[in-house]
Design a binder for this molecule. Sequence first.
Ligand code: AMP
Ligand code: MG
Length: 525
Amino acid sequence: MKTGAPLPDLCFDNAWVRELPTDPEMAVYPRQVQRALHSMVKPTPVAEPRLVAHSAEVAEILGFGEDGVRSRHFADVFAGNALMPGMQPMATNYGGHQFGNWASQLGDGRAISLGEVVNDSGRRLELQLKGAGITPYSRFADGRAVMRSSIREFLCSEAMHHLGVPTTRALCLVATGESVERDMFYDGNPKPEPGAVLCRVAPSFTRFGHFELPAARGDIGLLETLVDFTIRRDFPRLVGTAQQKRADWFAAVCGQTAELVAHWMRVGFVHGVLNTDNMSILGLTIDYGPYGWLDNFDPDWTPNTTDRQHRRYRFGQQPRIAHWNLACLAQALAPLFGEIEPLQEGLRRHAERYSACERRDIAGKLGLLECRDEDVDLMQWLHLLMTSAEIDMTMFFRRLSDVAAGDLAAEAFSDAFYDEAKRGRMQGELEAWLMRYRQRLAEDERSDAARCQAMRAVNPKFVLRNWLAQMAIDQAQAGDESEIHRLLEVMRRPYDEQPGMESYCARRPDWARQRAGCSMLSCSS
Ligand code: AMP
Ligand code: MG
């Protein structure tokens, strides 16, 4: 199957490397890098590259044909064993606030950008390997990634895209043929695990932490260079004086971040590690680690065991954390703004935009033509009900999108409950809510058919439930990778009915309740 078919000539325009200050030191050893935004560093070759999966759509956007993808050379390039003409591999320098505390320099410890492709339609897309070996920012770690977390990132970033949630995407997943040692539970029992390299793709991988680091070091010149570069490359639509553009840029970042978090809340996604170094300046979901999907609705849930005590990054707190992270960014940018008013204005924009998105999504999820104040209360009531009754979020909203108003009775939702006793206890409450909801629907002039159709476009039937990804991982580790491809296929059409695929939209099975990788994920990846 692997042939010598040549890869296409991609057009690389590596603006970041060309326009921003480079670290003059070429040797690769852990260090503090001052006055530069990246270090040139080549991926470390691996033993035996083998393509495990790829996204055909992303390959096509970039200009790779199926033959190219299946060639030996493709796996070599995306494992880090070879470069295509025009690639200039480098790792970027950033800092960040981790779990509320300033963590100083972090940087791409295992991410290596290969270059920025400009495709035939003029779209700029940066290619970045994750797990490609050590960089000057690797600190004490090995620069590698394990297959299990790479499968999770590969599948989830593609699933998110198809759900309509802004995200980095994935071109391909390559097995390295090497093992990586990981102490998955941080209990002193490291084990060898299969390694992988993921190639992710985005118009920009710039993070809040890229601005925070020069600001924290008092390197205002570097900060200014990066801000102006970002506006030029990533926000070309902004016009006006330099000061005006900076103010509008910060407001745009605030608005996009609000949109992003609202989408997460709509689909039941918990990022798990919302440190400022994991916040994209374009409002993309970035750095898939111990993320998770709600099964039973629970605003206090976090999949991240590292965050179990304080639950800083729990589902229901994501909007507040996004605001906190934007405030960190504002503080970093303050030296470039004569007055703080434009920054405060941006933060206000965030709050306003978030609440507008929230109202839009309340109307969308409940199938109402508009969201009135009392509808916010109706949704709040439903959230409380779903939490105490342990109702599956995705199943509930999808069922609500399928049933004619006249048939909305508690029995229609029986299979969305996780606990029979709670189902019995909460039956009356659910009937009461449904009655109020039916009355509210009656106030809108819209047919059941039209309402259901609109609701099915915002309430997904299929999300990448933690246990689904874990099954694909378990099977891959037993030698059968077909489930990765099947899941990718199902997650490409999350709002479609897809008859025959019921097992992919079922309630979490009991075995997954307390299983590592399903309800408990660590940052070990
Ligand atoms: P994360 O928790 O994945 O967002 O990573 C936080 C920081 O640790 C970033 O600077 C990463 O590049 C770095 N990092 C995480 N895992 C590794 C690894 N295996 N090798 C080197 N650096 C890593
Ligand atoms: Mg990160």
